[in-house]
Unconditional design. Sequence first.
Length: 277
Amino acid sequence: MQQVTIQSTVQMEIYLNNGNIVHKVINKDNKEKRMEAKFLKRLSDYKYALVCDLAQYESGFALLDVSTNALIEVQQISVSRTTDQPTGEMYQMFDEMVNDFLDRYSLHAEDLIIIKEQLPINCGPHSTAQTLQALAAAHAVFNINTYLRKLYTYSNGIHSISVKTYFKKLLGIEKPQKDDIRAAVCKYYDIDPESITRDESDAIALWFCLRGAKWNKDIDDQIKLEKKHRKTLTANHAIKDVDNEIERLEGLKWDEQQFTTQISLKLGLQSVSQTDN
């Protein structure tokens, strides 16, 4: 088991155990805290989205304008494969990149929402326990940095399966491959595929999935939980509180169908009537 401890205004202990990440954040009063942006406010309340496709050595990032869906820029962080401190190097490079974005675009923490690909919980066909553990370390330093900056991050991220499911319906392809998704992303933004890395286009694909399906789907799932909880209540004030929360959650939704239709028209596809996650 590997342990990483960061000393600052808070202390975060990261335990990497067989590729699974367990973290605990403690403030100066030794009280555990957890940062969570999901269900906090509307997506349109943010000015920019920083979308991240994380990896041990090569990570892709895309900065987008939330209101216009314009792609502002893409960047890639490339950690040296010969360094004996890849997580430390990644932390420093990510920190410098975020500082650059905040300075150049005069952003405050509340202006930015951070989205990342979800950390897999099991080894895939092309990964091992060692590579999964290394990926977990990359996610750990990312989580530490965004926490210390008090940036709004979207829960644990978006699973790669959710991305493929969205593009399956969008493109009408039974099993869309990374090249299919990359081609669609590049066509939508009129990007020469040779001008951006696969990690950067993967980051943009995460954004498509969030706006086109994941945002509302997560809200719907939470509303189902609230309704289930409501059935267990007897006190009128408690029931009223749940009803108010359901109403608040409904107000956080946005027109994902309009977004997907916009993409479909740009790609020359038939409009998708409904997108599951």
